[in-house]
Design a protein around this ligand. Structure first.
Ligand SMILES: O=C(O)C1=C[C@@H](OP(=O)(O)O)[C@@H](O)[C@H](O)C1
Ligand SMILES: C=C(OP(=O)(O)O)C(=O)O
Length: 427
């Protein structure tokens, strides 16, 4: 699908942030493991989160989806062995978290996904599960999916490198309370994307698990126990909101985005500080954010160590800003749907933007956009980030359907704000 964006007028209005993808994954999976019934309010219905829903149903959870409300009857800590291979499509969060959940099933579970997902690293997680009683292998012996897991999670002590993906840590923590002995998980080396683990611990505790982090030992302690079903309200998604806020930052106007808690644990709320640092005006409410801008931005230094998903957004904002933007601390952005440092560098260069690729980031010199077409490489965050360039100068984005992975209402929301977007027949 080709998305054609034309230069758009200043944006004024109020919108709701789409629900958080990360919180939807966590609450769906934990509710599915819980004893009793849970009701999730405002869950994100997108391709990634539906991958988790379908897998949880395969593990035996009963999930009834209505508009704005999912009712989940959990398996009381005992997932059944799925009757087929789990296809987790494009969702790394589903893949990682459900790999440890599969360790709670009695027999063998096979987890796979699309071509991109089958390139995502898994070996650190597989190695860390072994001391806990779970035998898990990469079917091609290359540390990547398809993954075959033999149930047998007993618990105990293990350790894991924290520099590849925080999802490995979230995965072991979420299964931990349902092991016989509980889990002690030591983090080795750099601990990237830590806010996502804070979100994991937040949801675990809300469903009655006991988990503590000892910073001196760099170790999580998870008590054996059970999750108990409950009502749960999903907050708005700061990563998805970054495209809406960024749109105003680059074309100008005033926009209020609702359902973005000021005290959110989401690491991507740092987008507010970055936009402010680039010249926008930000008003932070208790449960909403208002941005004002004249459309003129200047470059910034951005360490994205804890917020890797902002790399495409900040790279594009840097391309449209005066001066230089330096992004650092985010080598792990290379292990996402695409190697985002490489793909963002490639596509900005295609538009004539001076970009220097670094191992852990990029240096971008804001400049006049010279091209009119980019390729998404099938990455949802490149589609949505590069749309911001289109709103400023006009642009065509090839393979643009990927946005449905995390923000199915993306095009409709921008159209509702007066942005000029057209979906091509095929491109
Ligand atoms: O746990 C999560 O919900 C996520 C963790 C992050 O991955 P890493 O921990 O691999 O950086 C992030 O990129 C992803 O979009 C969602
Ligand atoms: C990398 C992402 O998600 P996941 O790891 O779940 O594929 C993302 O949403 O940018």
């Amino acid at each position: 699908m080709e998305l054609k964006i034309r230069k758009s007028p200043m944006i004024y209005g109020t919108v709701d942030a789409p629900p958080s993808k990360s919180y939807t994954h966590r609450s769906t999976i934990i509710a599915s493991l819980a004893k009793g019934t849970s009701t999730l309010y405002n869950p994100l219905e997108a391709e990634d989160t539906l991958a988790s829903v379908h897998a949880c149903q395969k593990f035996g959870a009963q999930i009834k989806k209505e508009k704005g409300k999912w009712t989940i009857e959990g398996v009381n800590g005992r997932p059944s062995t799925p009757d087929n291979v789990l296809d987790l499509k494009n969702s790394g969060t589903s893949l990682r978290i459900l790999t440890s959940v599969a360790g709670l099933a009695e027999h063998y579970t096979i987890l796979t996904g699309d071509k991109s997902l089958r390139s995502r690293p898994m070996q650190d997680l597989l190695d860390a599960l072994k001391p806990l009683g779970v035998k898990a292998i990469s079917s091609r012996m290359n540390g990547k999916p398809p993954i075959i897991v033999k149930g047998g999670l007993v618990g105990g002590k293990t350790s894991i490198a924290g520099g590849v993906s925080s999802q490995f840590i979230s995965s072991i923590l979420i299964a931990g309370p349902l092991s016989k002995d509980g889990v002690q998980l030591k983090i080795q080396g750099d601990f990237i994307s830590k806010p996502y683990v804070d979100m994991t611990v937040d949801v675990m505790r809300k469903f009655n698990a006991r988990v503590e982090f000892n910073p001196e030992e760099r170790t999580f302690h998870v008590e054996p126990g059970e999750y108990t079903g409950r009502d749960y309200q999903v907050e708005g998604d700061y990563s998805s909101a970054s495209y809406l806020l960024g749109a105003v930052a680059v074309v100008g106007g005033k926009l209020t985005v609702k359902n973005l808690p000021g005290d959110s644990r989401q690491g991507d709320r740092i987008i507010l500080d970055l936009l402010e640092g680039m010249g926008a005006t930000i008003h932070r409410g208790e449960d909403m954010v208002t941005i004002e801008s004249d459309g003129r931005l200047h470059g910034i230094e951005a360490d994205l160590h804890d917020s890797p998903d902002l790399l495409p957004t900040v790279a594009v904002l840097g391309a449209l800003a005066d001066g230089t933007t330096r992004i650092s601390g985010v080598k792990h952005a290379r292990f996402k749907e695409t190697d985002r440092i490489k793909t963002c560098t490639m596509e900005l260069s295609r538009l004539g933007v001076p970009v220097e690729e670094k191992e852990d980031g990029m240096i971008i010199k804001g400049d006049k956009i010279k091209g009119d077409t980019v390729y998404s490489h099938g990455d949802h965050r490149l589609v949505m980030a590069f749309t911001l360039i289109g709103l400023k100068t006009g642009l065509k984005i090839k393979d643009a359907e990927a946005y449905k992975v995390s923000f199915p209402g993306f095009i409709k929301t921008l159209l509702g704000l007066g942005c000029k977007l057209e979906v091509g027949e095929n491109g």
